[in-house]
Design a protein around this ligand. Structure first.
Ligand code: ADP
Ligand code: MG
Length: 300
């Protein structure tokens, strides 16, 4: 036991030594004094305290969040006292708090098989150099107005050339609506069908229901999928039917015109069924106004 006591003593001397050593830095001394924790506790944590002091200093000099020098961006490694024990944890900084608050509306947007950055599409960034966008922007303004008045406005069937900005435009509208607390789902339709099929034994009906009932819905790139009887009659048909009956605005983007889409829906690997294809197109027509966006390809 004697030996063990000795070890503790040596250890304590060392702890004291390294703590007072660190305290020779006036700023560090001030920092730990401000924590209002007893010295004999503080000295057990010198290296962690030094680390949190470094982050505290980074924060004091921080010009903006993108220049954050801390280990975890937007967070400060902080010493917190609880009943005589110090705990260190990453605490969100004020600048990060503001950004999070500003971005909270994005929670209203759910994306399925789409790149995350689509949530950054912004009304203010819509190119205005392109006259072809004017009718679409005009439609958006009317849509927002009518939706907020609960007048059940129609969605949009936006057809046009590849890379012209169709997806971006609708995403920007949904972002704007998200700021007004309206929830929406952006779905990359061809990939969504694949993932839905793959989730047959798991969350299939949850996903399907979510899309069906989302207050605003974008089915992006419709017509680019491999159409089957299943996708046409079991998925798309019921989604559109439900949304018609419940006045839920539904948006589509496609490289195909409605006539071309009808042809693509008529032919599946199981044969030709013009009536079923017609029925789908009728539902889309009921749900939407058609606009075209022909523009240069903005993809690089
Ligand atoms: P489409 O759906 O018509 O094929 P996208 O919406 O994907 O085209 O747009 C093509 C590219 O151009 C994307 O990378 C998109 O982010 C960008 N883009 C389109 N419109 C804008 C805009 N108004 N502001 C910034 N980027 C845009
Ligand atoms: Mg697109």
């Amino acid at each position: 036991m004697k030996k063990l006591d000795n070890l503790y003593e040596i250890n304590e001397v060392e702890l004291k030594h390294s703590f007072y050593d660190a305290c020779s830095d006036k700023e560090f001394r001030e920092y730990v004094t401000n924590l209002d924790i007893k010295e004999d506790i503080l000295m057990k944590y010198t290296s962690s305290l030094e680390e949190s002091f470094l982050e505290y200093k980074n924060c004091k000099k921080c010009p903006s969040l993108d220049k954050c020098k801390n280990k975890v961006k937007g967070y400060t490694y902080t010493a917190l006292e609880d009943k005589g024990i110090i705990e260190f944890s990453y605490v969100r900084c004020r600048k990060q708090e503001i950004v999070d608050l500003e971005n909270a509306y994005k929670e209203n947007l759910e994306i399925f098989e789409m790149p995350k950055n689509i949530k950054n599409a912004n009304f203010k960034d819509i190119y205005t150099d392109d006259k072809n966008r004017v009718p679409i922007i005009k439609y958006f303004k009317e849509f927002i107005d009518e939706y907020l008045k609960e007048n059940n406005p129609k969605g949009l069937y936006l057809t046009g050339s590849f890379g012209s900005g169709k997806t971006y435009l609708i995403a920007a509208l949904f972002n704007e609506m998200a700021k007004k607390k309206v929830k929406s789902a952006l779905v990359y339709y061809p990939e969504f069908l694949r993932s839905l099929k793959a989730s047959f034994n798991s969350d299939y009906s949850v996903k399907f229901d979510y899309i069906k009932k989302s207050p605003l819905l974008l089915l992006d790139d419709i017509g680019a999928e491999n159409c089957s009887n299943w996708s046409r009659d079991e998925i798309l048909g019921p989604i559109l039917q439900y949304r018609m009956e419940n006045n839920l605005p539904t948006f589509f983007t496609s490289n195909l015109t409605l006539e071309e889409l009808e042809k693509s829906f008529a032919i599946t690997s199981s044969g030709v069924d013009k009536v079923k294809a017609r029925r789908i197109i009728e539902r889309i027509k009921q749900l939407t106004k058609t606009l075209e966006l022909i523009s240069k390809n903005r993809r690089n």
